[in-house]
Design a protein around this ligand. Structure first.
Ligand SMILES: *[C@@H]1O[C@H](CO)[C@@H](O)[C@H](O)[C@H]1NC(C)=O
Length: 422
């Protein structure tokens, strides 16, 4: 997603009130909801709830794609699903060591998860969506709610949300999806195809996939809805709000860039075992602060790992943190690592810092990490252009990964509030 597109989404979604910032809470909140008090309490699609019905409703926001054989891939990456504006977006994170040439999403709506199965459309997915390059090597494709629902693009946001959340504050719709494309190795040579990984049928204790159903070429993805948690409109201003993003002809508001705070990548626990360790367990320079590191093996990185990006988790309290986006880390066959950041609007990247070193950590100050991009001009996505070497650690040490970003917020305000827990 280009910045101009993010800004258009922001402007179109009616962000006309500086106080919108105060409505941001811990949970990721869909931008359309946050920016429109008239949607308070309305069920909205929740991007924290994507599940794979063919895999016993496994929770997965970023399903895998592979180069090479499905059971011994040369490279694995991920396609992350997010909601913003009146659309479902697919962001292809780059394969480590490859550059995308083209990406394709093919989709079909299966139907309402809770409706009678006789109403469900049969597979396979048949509708292609074109994708375009985003910043930092990603490719992005957008599927408007109006296309999903087969209604006019001028349908009101409220009616689109009713269609996307036909059961209210619970299960939503189910899609057939297939991701494919072409990627060129950075080392030269011909472009290679990549395909959707088959649905996983068996998982090891560490939850990595050990068997796949290779008789079907697509996956199913479903989501749940949650009620829009924005402050209701004051009665005197109710009539001045708008839920339409398509008919407005007023000039977009002037957006100001405010520093929002420091983000650290977090990896959710797997089977009850924590995957993120707090930085303050390390005695290195500057480590007595909030934030986390992860300790993925190179095999885990080859499978692609991902998690939320949290801002404002002072005291490492994720219940107080703001979920501003997703990170994905992948390794190629040589164990070289690419980290991709994907921010939810209205957040944007100012700086990205990735540390990939052996424990113990000698320093935690982001400016001294393995990879530093210091002047990113408010972009929604970023990846390190040159893959990072996975370190060889000796003496029982393991490798640590720190995913850090300085995050801005684009908002309508005259004075920026103080950044969160920096
Ligand atoms: C693979 O998926 C198909 C279609 O859903 C199903 O009929 C079949 O039983 C599955 N096979 C395995 C091994 O799970």
């Amino acid at each position: 997603m280009k910045l101009a597109h993010s800004l258009a989404l922001l402007a179109g979604s009616g962000l006309t009130d500086a106080s919108a910032i105060s409505h941001f809470n811990k949970r990721w909140d869909y931008d359309v909801c946050l920016n429109d008090c008239s949607l308070a309490g309305v069920p909205i699609p929740d991007q924290d709830t994507f599940q794979l019905p063919l895999e016993s409703f496994w929770s997965e926001q970023c399903p895998p794609v592979v180069i090479g054989p499905y059971n011994a891939p040369q490279a694995i990456s991920r396609v992350c699903l997010t909601y913003s504006g009146n659309a479902l977006h697919f962001t292809f994170a780059p394969f480590s060591g490859y550059t995308f040439i083209s990406t394709l999403v093919v989709w079909k709506l299966k139907g309402n998860l809770l409706a009678d199965s006789s109403t469900w459309a049969p597979p396979p997915p048949t509708n292609p969506i074109d994708c375009s390059p985003g910043d930092g090597g990603v490719y992005i494709c957008s599927l408007p709610f109006s296309s999903i629902l087969g209604v006019s693009p001028s349908t009101s946001t409220l009616d689109l949300l009713k269609g996307m959340c036909p059961n209210g504050d619970r299960e939503g719709l189910d899609f057939y999806l297939q991701f494919t494309g072409l990627a060129a190795p950075d080392s030269g040579g011909p472009a290679v195809p990549f395909v959707q990984q088959y649905p996983c049928t068996s998982r090891a204790a560490d939850r990595s996939c050990t068997a796949w159903n290779n008789s079907i070429q697509w996956i199913e993805v479903a989501y749940r809805c949650t009620n829009c948690n924005v402050s209701p409109c004051q009665s005197s201003t109710t009539t001045s709000t708008t839920t339409s993003t398509t008919t407005s002809t007023t000039a977009p508001p002037t957006l100001k860039t405010c520093s929002f705070g420091t983000a650290f990548g977090y990896q959710n626990p797997v089977a009850g075992n924590p995957k993120s360790i707090t930085l303050n367990t390390q005695s290195g320079q500057g480590c007595n602060r909030w934030g986390w590191y992860e300790t993925p093996t190179v095999a885990e990185l080859r499978g692609g790992i991902s998690g939320p990006l949290y801002v404002g988790a002072g005291g490492n309290d994720i219940t107080k943190a703001i979920d501003v986006g997703i990170w994905v880390a992948t390794a190629n066959a040589q164990g070289r690592v690419t980290v991709t950041y994907l921010l939810n609007p209205p957040y944007a990247l100012a700086e990205v810092h990735v540390n990939l070193v052996c424990l113990p950590l000698s320093k935690c100050a982001p400016g001294q990490y393995t990879y530093n991009a210091g002047a990113i001009p408010n972009l929604p996505t970023w990846s390190n252009p040159t893959p990072l070497v996975y370190p060889t650690c000796t003496g029982g040490s393991t490798a640590a990964l720190i995913v850090h970003a300085a995050v801005n917020i684009l908002t309508v305000t005259t004075t920026c509030p103080a950044p969160k827990a920096v």
